[in-house]
Design a protein around this ligand. Structure first.
Ligand SMILES: NC(=O)c1ccc[n+]([C@@H]2O[C@H](COP(=O)([O-])OP(=O)(O)OC[C@H]3O[C@@H](n4cnc5c(N)ncnc54)[C@H](O)[C@@H]3O)[C@@H](O)[C@H]2O)c1
Ligand SMILES: O=C(O)C[C@H](O)C(=O)O
Ligand SMILES: [Mn+2]
Length: 547
């Protein structure tokens, strides 16, 4: 950025959010940059600017207005935006990211503002991919890309071009949490069309007004995108977000052994859930190999979770067959059986056989499955609100001293249960994590802290570590190392302790995860460039939101 600043003058500086300091430019900077007379005479510190901006933020009455204010601030002055976010990370996370990002995606066309330096790639114009990436990068050194095609935005389905805001939000969390330089990142929307009829009928819809292209034509476009991205930014990490169930795993499998790439919904979610389960087991003093898992919603996230825990069980000494026996997958059909014709590739290995049960035909609801299986862990990634009912939760608590229950579907309106209900229905026994932030629950004189079981607690540290280490690939070894770094951070002896560390400590634990990630990459000799000290490398790479 320093170099860019030397070549940019006058209003161009003020209009460039990477360079702009507004009233923070000193008098000598104003002289050197041709800004004399373009700003009022007072020079403000960044803290004075942040205080003023925070007052304005607080004057906004709805969460969406707060978000629009912050996005406008980002468009004007990125350093100030992150300086302010660092001071209010717990308050800003739900505004910049989930759940308010969901409102902004739903109303994207109506509230459209300058789009936070995102890149828009249209499936109708593959010939523009390279030029689009170059225009959006604008000479910056891109080391991290978050890309979405928005077919599966949170649990809300297909949101077409509007989904770009999830890529923007994920990257804002990256910088706030890990300190990756915002000049090194790029949010990308792949506009493959949309099957959302409401959007197609909306005259204001800003994306391609046709149904999604699918099959080979779609995968060919993705391939052209990956090729161009790798050619332009050869050392970058490619993070995939909110792709549809049919494509997410296929894309990951295609590229994971070729370059540094990561699917947040599959891998990030698997990581955070296993870390949360470890946190819960630290509290209950139980072992992973003694748990029985029911996963409700065996889609992208559900199968990412199952596979991560499955791998860990094998690392704990179980055979493949023994480890598989710990999982019961429930989806729309009920318990998944191996004779079903509509299983996904990911579901197949974990489907059960009917002869394991005396009345297999009755296991078509979550309630019937919980009664039959008596799980110790229940995980929700179903997009079906309120489905962890009082009856189901109480049934689970009858058979399990400390039931682990994670309703993870986002945003708020899709959660399988609230933390408050889970604590009340189990008389304080449930060990809970929720996808969106949850307030403390006061119950019978104990304050229960609720961990946020959201991949945002892990992907920033992991991704930053991969970037800092110049990793060629992301391996299961590195994933495991990062999970264990986070899983060991809870204060399990406190009554009402959370299963995951609080978002208020996000920057501290993201740094730890990044350090462990770098060390793991170095240990496997997967770094492109020479690095001698993992911790030092993370410290050196950290960007600070100051002038
Ligand atoms: N907390 C987190 O970190 C996190 C991470 C990823 C996803 N999620 C949430 O998980 C949910 C699912 O996301 P995804 O990417 O896996 O989507 P997905 O579409 O790939 O999977 C959803 C699954 O739920 C199943 N389902 C739908 N209706 C059902 C019903 N009535 N009963 C049982 N199963 C049903 C679908 O068939 C599908 O297999 C979303 O709400 C998303 O926000 C949370
Ligand atoms: O975006 C989130 O809040 C988590 C997750 O990636 C999701 O898709 O729900
Ligand atoms: Mn996601």
């Amino acid at each position: 950025m320093e170099e860019l600043l030397m070549h940019t003058k006058g209003y161009e500086v003020l209009r460039n959010p990477f360079l702009n300091k507004g009233t923070g430019f000193t008098l000598s900077e104003r002289t050197a940059l041709g800004l004399t007379g373009t700003l009022p005479s007072q020079v403000q510190t960044i803290d004075e600017q942040a205080e003023q901006a925070y007052q304005q933020f607080q004057s906004k009455t709805t969460p969406l207005e707060k978000r629009i204010f912050l996005m406008t601030l980002f468009n004007e002055n990125i350093t100030l935006f992150y300086h302010l976010m660092a001071q209010h990370v717990t308050e800003f996370m739900p505004i910049v990211y989930d759940p308010v990002v969901a409102d902004s995606i739903e109303q994207y066309n109506e509230i459209f503002t300058n789009p936070q330096n995102a890149t828009f790639l249209s499936v109708d114009r593959p010939e523009d991919i390279k030029e689009s990436l170059m225009n959006a990068a604008d000479g910056r050194d891109i080391k991290l890309v978050v890309v979405t095609d928005a077919e599966g935005i949170l649990g809300m389905g297909d949101w077409g071009v509007n989904g770009v805001d999830i890529a923007v939000g994920k990257l804002m969390v990256y910088t706030a949490a890990s300190g990756i330089d915002p000049a090194n990142v790029l949010p990308i929307s792949i506009d493959a069309g949309t099957n959302n009829q409401t959007l197609l009928a909306n005259k204001r819809y800003l994306g391609n007004k046709h149904v999604r292209i699918a099959g080979d034509a779609y995968l060919e476009f993705i391939d052209q995108f990956v090729t161009a991205e790798q050619e332009l930014f050869p050392e970058s990490l490619l993070h995939w977000e909110d792709f549809g169930r049919a494509n997410a795993q296929v894309i990951l499998d295609k590229y994971k052994n070729k370059s540094a790439t990561f699917n947040d919904d599959i891998q990030g979610t698997g990581m955070i859930v296993l870390a949360g389960v470890f946190g819960a087991l630290n509290i209950s003093k139980e072992r992973l190999i003694d748990q029985t898992f029911v996963t409700f919603g065996a889609g992208t996230a559900g199968m990412g979770i199952v596979n991560q825990i499955f791998t860990e069980l094998q690392e704990a000494g179980l055979s493949v067959e023994e480890a598989k026996k710990h999982f019961y997958l429930v989806d729309k059909q009920g318990l998944l059986f191996d004779d079903m014709s509509d299983l996904t590739v990911a579901q197949k290995p974990f489907a059960r056989t009917r002869d394991e049960f005396s009345h297999a035909e009755k296991l078509t609801t979550l309630s019937a499955v919980v009664k039959e299986i008596k799980p110790t862990v229940l995980i929700g990634t179903s997009t079906q609100p309120g489905t962890f009912t009082e009856e189901i939760v109480k049934e689970m608590a009858t058979h399990t001293a400390r039931p682990i229950i994670f309703p993870l579907s986002n945003p708020t309106k899709l959660a399988e249960a609230t933390a408050e209900n889970l604590i009340q229905w189990t008389d304080g026994k449930a060990l809970v994590a929720t996808g969106i932030p949850a307030s403390n629950v006061e119950y019978k004189g104990v304050t229960y802290h609720i961990g946020q079981g959201n991949n945002a607690l892990i992907y920033p540290g992991l991704g930053f570590g991969l970037v800092v280490s110049t990793a060629k690939l992301l391996t299961q070894k590195t994933i495991s190392a990062a999970i264990h770094a986070l899983g060991g951070l809870v204060d399990s002896d406190q009554a009402g302790a959370a299963v995951l560390p609080p978002v208020s400590n996000l920057t501290e634990f993201s740094q730890k995860i990044a350090e462990v990630t770098v060390q793991s990459v170095l240990d496997q000799d997967l770094n492109r460039e020479k690095i001698s000290d993992a911790k030092q490398a993370v410290r050196d790479a950290k960007w600070s939101a100051n002038y």
